[in-house]
Design a protein around this ligand. Structure first.
Ligand code: ADP
Ligand code: MG
Length: 153
């Protein structure tokens, strides 16, 4: 499997990458955002949301676990599972309703939901490089490969 990667020097570059991800989706993608605290997962999510037309800030749904956004053409569900105690709690959230053909799920701290979350279409990892970030992504499904092809191309 090919692994793809890009260096993003600053916050505005991160938002631009998010917008590119938004433009590259077909609907229904599940994207895991892996990386430590402060890596830029929420910044990247803000870029994706802005790519769909969201204006203004994006709060981490640290206590609510998920924040839904409705756009004309699709929904985006932004998860932050940092404070999730037990993956089973996701069942109480009615998590299955979020994973549809249309909605796009952006999931920070997906490892906390292991066993309950579906397979990611795209695994995305963020790490520090110099003063910026190295973002790498790997598709895990056909839908993820379509997305990765567009990101590369
Ligand atoms: P996370 O959600 O992973 O905890 P945030 O999105 O809250 O991280 O971002 C943490 C900090 O990293 C912010 O101050 C943001 O401006 C900064 N940041 C985001 N992307 C980059 C980047 N590509 N290069 C340098 N700093 C970045
Ligand atoms: Mg965050």
């Amino acid at each position: 499997q090919i692994e793809n990667s890009v260096f993003v020097p600053d916050e505005s570059g991160m938002v631009q990458l998010g917008k590119l991800i938004a433009r590259s989706t077909a609907g229904g993608e599940v994207i895991f955002l892996n990386g430590d605290l402060g890596m830029g997962k929420t910044t990247l999510s803000r870029g994706v949301l802005q790519g769909f037309g969201h204006q203004g800030s994006v709060k981490s749904p640290t206590y609510t676990l998920v924040e839904p956004y409705e756009f004309d053409e699709r929904s985006v569900f932004h998860f932050d599972l940092y404070r999730l105690g037990d993956p089973e709690e996701l069942e109480y959230l009615g998590i299955r309703d979020y994973f549809t053909d249309e909605g796009i799920c952006l999931i920070e701290w997906p490892e906390r939901g292991e066993g309950v979350l579906p397979v990611a279409d795209l695994q995305l990892n963020i790490s520090v490089e110099q003063r910026g970030r190295r973002i790498t992504w790997q598709p895990q499904t056909e839908k993820g490969r379509c997305l990765a092809d567009k990101l590369n191309g």
